[in-house]
Design a protein around this ligand. Sequence first.
Ligand SMILES: Nc1nc2c(c(=O)[nH]1)N[C@H]1C(S)=C(S)[C@@H](COP(=O)(O)OP(=O)(O)OC[C@H]3O[C@@H](n4cnc5c(=O)[nH]c(N)nc54)[C@H](O)[C@@H]3O)O[C@H]1N2
Ligand SMILES: Nc1nc2c(c(=O)[nH]1)N[C@H]1C(S)=C(S)[C@@H](COP(=O)(O)OP(=O)(O)OC[C@H]3O[C@@H](n4cnc5c(=O)[nH]c(N)nc54)[C@H](O)[C@@H]3O)O[C@H]1N2
Ligand SMILES: [Mo]
Length: 573
Amino acid sequence: SNGSLMTAPDMRGRLRAIQARGGKVVVLDPRRTRTAQEATEHHFIRPGTDAYVLFAIVHTLFHEGWVRPGRLRDHLRGLDRIAEMARSFSPRDVSHRCGLRASVIHDLARDLTQAPRAVVYGRLGTCTQRFGTLASWLVDVINILTGNLDREGGAMFPCAPAGARNTVGIPGKGPGVPTPRVFSRVRKLPQLFGELPTATLADEILVPGEGRVRALITVAGNPVLSAPHSNRLADALQQIDFMVSVDPYRNETTRFANVILPPPGPLERPHYDLVFTQLAVRNVARYHAAVLPLSPDQPDEWEILLRLAAIAGGQGPDVKLPLFDAMVAKQVIERELATLGSRIFGQSCEAILAMLHPRVGPPRLLDFLLRCGPYGDAFGANPQGLTLEALEASPHGIDLGPLRPRVPEILRTPSGCIELTAPMLEHDVARLEADLTAAVPEMVLIGRRELRSNNSWMHNLPALVKGPEACRLLIHPRDASAHGLSDGSTARVVSSVGSIEVTVRVTDEIMPGVCSIPHGWGHGAPGTSLQVAAAHAGENVNRLVPDGEVEPLSGNAIQNAVAVTVRTVETDQ
Ligand SMILES: Nc1nc2c(c(=O)[nH]1)N[C@H]1C(S)=C(S)[C@@H](COP(=O)(O)OP(=O)(O)OC[C@H]3O[C@@H](n4cnc5c(=O)[nH]c(N)nc54)[C@H](O)[C@@H]3O)O[C@H]1N2
Ligand SMILES: Nc1nc2c(c(=O)[nH]1)N[C@H]1C(S)=C(S)[C@@H](COP(=O)(O)OP(=O)(O)OC[C@H]3O[C@@H](n4cnc5c(=O)[nH]c(N)nc54)[C@H](O)[C@@H]3O)O[C@H]1N2
Ligand SMILES: [Mo]
């Protein structure tokens, strides 16, 4: 996955380099993945139980007196609470549930402590599951307790050149994570960081009443394949009054749209990666201009979105885009000018707009963000600083150097400290505790990603779908023989909300009691027009994923460790 959010090219080379330097890579995964194959050690872990293992590591750190936050100690709050919470999760308490020997957990804690530097990193497997927020939080907690947060070789914070939230405002203080104030209409699920859970979109469309969703705009998403209980979502989209999709394809989702607005191709527009520079393993800035000109009747994607925004805002379809675009730029600039701690605090909006002239659209905004960002020229205050012009003159990008320690400057909490715990987390620990003795399903389903695929798309490109079928059920030989399944046979996989039939691949790379199907498949539905994808259709695993239960703190769908049953499909030959 390219390191996922870590955004580190050549992960394989990096994992090998760690070991060549005498380091150790340990993977906990219910499947022996390509990453696991590169690792020094791999342990199967029962899906959905990471929070237990991580808590048991925390427990061990306290129990053995290995808590060494080092430089961070003066910036921590809540250390005692963490110790208390971890008390009920010793390695022996959780071992059976997680499928890991207690000694393995103990050794992990010891190795993390003894290594001069180390890091725990979790991604999709630890997020989209029943205890996703707890697991993600505990990853950070362990990095902190072992002194590995914010130091070289540990988990560090980038300082992105543009649009970084972690450089806004006054260093060292801020509002922290806001408590949710908006809740969804039907299920009262919390809105976080401006987002409501997709798992409740179908409810919002289907359940009558005031505030029901009757119109929908999708942009660069294919929820009919990616969201839980997706056939229910497809039913809901069929009933919606009006839908617009901004998407290059007529796919499983956009086929329900009244209007599809195709954006230009990737070579026909400029690119700057605003998102992943916030998470990457090195501070860099890179921009490329459009390689090919836009055809005259093709609006750029930002123009499509701006016009949609104007229509949704009540200004109608005939809005003068240049004026609207200038108004947006002005708003962005004024907000920054009014932000305490801004590098351009107090400058004049008109003067700044003049310095951005003649750029318009996203390049104008980008130039602005770069210039008032941490490396920027601050519109004159730092004449050698970064501008979009400088980036344009460096087609291979500008290296802004390795990540540097940023605590306490990076903190934005009310206490000015790293708040190790929060009431909502403590509340959820009770749920974790209660679940420790709950019955475990005999067979659970997990997901996986394919190297030549990107979620639900890239499947219409012949070069990326040739070779063995990607959408197969991986199942351990023990389970395969128990259910009469063999390599290449068809299995019916049934969950509480649906069932699908998929081709079987029997392999001991997957843990007994676990099976895996990748998401993003299930093409060829009526109304779609992706011919290559339809010829490599596969099945939609999200038909099996319930939308009734979400991870309560994040609202994330629980797409890993779904209880299923598996059986053979009787064929007539
Ligand atoms: N080639 C390619 N690259 C991609 C993508 C793609 O589709 N294709 N998608 C991109 C996107 S959107 C994302 S979010 C990232 C995701 O990046 P990753 O998180 O690296 O992606 P996955 O391959 O889904 O890895 C999830 C792993 O978690 C394991 N797992 C499942 N359940 C559990 C569990 O309960 N505990 C533990 N410990 N492990 C579990 C699975 O076996 C799997 O190996 O990748 C990005 N990069
Ligand atoms: N079971 C299961 N489900 C999962 C996951 C899992 O691991 N297991 N992973 C989850 C994760 S991490 C993610 S990120 C989601 C992804 O879920 P989605 O974001 O819904 O899926 P994608 O396939 O990435 O959708 C990308 C869409 O953007 C369109 N597109 C491509 N280029 C452009 C462009 O330039 N402009 C516009 N406007 N559109 C474009 C494509 O045609 C496609 O329709 O899936 C989630 N669903
Ligand atoms: Mo993702």
